[in-house]
Ligand binder design. Structure first.
Ligand code: NIG
Ligand code: FE
Length: 424
């Protein structure tokens, strides 16, 4: 049995009360802050959270045995959750970035055989070891930015052997690395070039061959599709998501990113756990998502990197949709591992308050991957995933924009990263 005690936090953000369902509307603006807060951890679980003086009275015996971290002058918060990443891939696409800076469009590059197709070619050629090494590096960078749980999608194989290899790399990383990885199959990321003239054959292959194999192997929990004009139509997307559901895979969807395409409406109709992107979502789509409790995973880094207007986070929150944030970490539209930057962008570009942005990156992000009961808030009984930010109050998190304030990261009760040497 081991105890870890973090005390004297200038502010301790509990974000409590939303383990069963995500925060919506005004709830997103309340972080349930404890001034001069403390948290006591037993093994990998949170034992108690309270004001430092109260906790010291109530748990004197346990605290006497604990390793102690003094968070004086700092903020203690739940570990950040990234609910949408394309963690495992090979290669990079800075050449396309340069083309886009000179006016080329993301979709045009893809239509001409670049974009997702380029990463697919690189990933198909890459061995397990090469993919593992590149993804491990990204995973470590996530930790440095205060992230303790990430979702990871396949989708750069679009051929069973390679999709399987991507998912296996993510599983191996989940075993070897302290971070928790949640697995998503995304065989329908684009129409692979070899199926350009016969897209419905590929849809059938995904539905009738790949999805059953994913389900049998237990390699994924979620099933995702890129529903967009020129990629998968809403009807094809519906087939893919329904096929996944029939095999126990929970639906997620890349929706309404480039133009309105009724992706949000489809998400609500199929009972998706989340609909992601939503830069061009319709009002009806938002209302339907609110009604069904579909989490909106907004990806401000993607809008920033594609140099377009971000999703309207304010509108989504006011419509009653639970909003989450993510990096969308991928080689084409958002090669970033920085959830802190996404929180900055949400405040500065999406009309969200600092408190709403933090809620979106913690408890609501956890709900976007069905982990709201385990992570995303600091409450007794939950996983001991905690970050210490080197700022005196949470407002400074987005005020000092573009800065990584992460000082210490605790995962499952263990210090796994520290700028000031707590883990030495
Ligand atoms: O979420 N929109 C589709 N898929 C990814 C981009 C993948 C890529 O460009 O490699 C996204 O933005
Ligand atoms: Fe994505």
């Amino acid at each position: 049995m081991s105890y870890l005690y973090i005390k004297n936090a200038n502010e301790l953000l509990t974000i409590k009360g939303f383990s069963n369902s995500p925060a919506t509307k005004k709830q997103m603006n309340s972080l349930s802050v404890i001034q001069n807060g403390a948290i006591l951890i037993k093994d990998d679980e949170i034992l108690a959270v309270d004001e430092t003086t109260k906790l010291e009275e109530a748990y004197a015996a346990e605290i006497a045995k604990a390793k102690v971290i003094d968070a004086k002058g700092k903020v203690v918060a739940p570990g950040l959750v990234d609910p949408h990443t394309h963690l495992v891939f090979a290669g990079s696409r800075e050449n396309e970035y340069n083309m886009r800076l000179q006016g080329a469009s993301y979709m045009k590059i893809m239509e001409e055989g670049g974009g997702i197709h380029a990463t697919t070619r690189a990933t198909r050629k890459a061995s397990f070891e090469v993919m593992y090494k590149q993804s491990l590096r990204r995973l470590n960078q996530f930790v440095e930015h205060g992230v303790t749980t990430v979702e990871a999608k396949s989708g750069y194989g679009m051929d069973w052997d390679v999709e399987k290899r991507q998912l296996e790399v993510a599983h191996q990383l989940n075993q070897d690395h302290p971070l928790d990885i949640v697995h998503t199959f995304m065989g329908a990321h684009v129409i692979p070039q070899e199926y350009k003239e016969k897209p419905d054959e590929f849809v059938d292959l995904v539905c009738h061959e790949m999805i059953p194999k994913v389900a049998d192997s237990g390699l994924a929990e979620f099933n995702d599709v890129f529903c967009e004009r020129g990629v998968y139509t809403p009807e094809q997307s519906r087939k893919i998501l329904e096929a996944g559901k029939a095999h126990g895979l929970l639906p997620k969807i890349h929706a309404d990113e480039i133009e309105p395409y009724e992706g949000a409406e489809l998400a609500a109709e199929v009972g998706a756990v989340s609909a992601d992107h939503l830069l061009r979502v319709s009002d009806r789509g938002l209302d339907m998502m609110a009604e069904k409790g579909v989490v909106a995973v907004l990806l401000p880094g993607t809008a920033f990197f594609l140099m377009t207007d971000a999703a309207d986070g304010r509108k989504a929150i006011d419509a009653g949709v639970p909003v989450a944030l993510s990096t969308d970490c991928n080689p084409g539209s958002s090669p970033s591992v920085s959830m802190p930057f996404m929180i900055n962008l949400a405040s500065l570009k999406m009309g969200m308050t600092p408190a709403e942005s933090i809620t979106a990156a913690t408890i609501n992000a956890a709900h976007a991957i069905k982990r709201g009961d385990k992570v995303g808030s600091l409450e007794s009984g939950k996983k001991a995933d905690v970050v210490i930010w080197d700022i005196p109050n949470y407002m400074q998190f987005t005020y000092h924009y573009g800065v990584n304030h992460t000082e210490t990261v605790v995962k499952n009760g263990k210090v796994i990263f520290s700028k000031s040497g707590h883990n030495e």
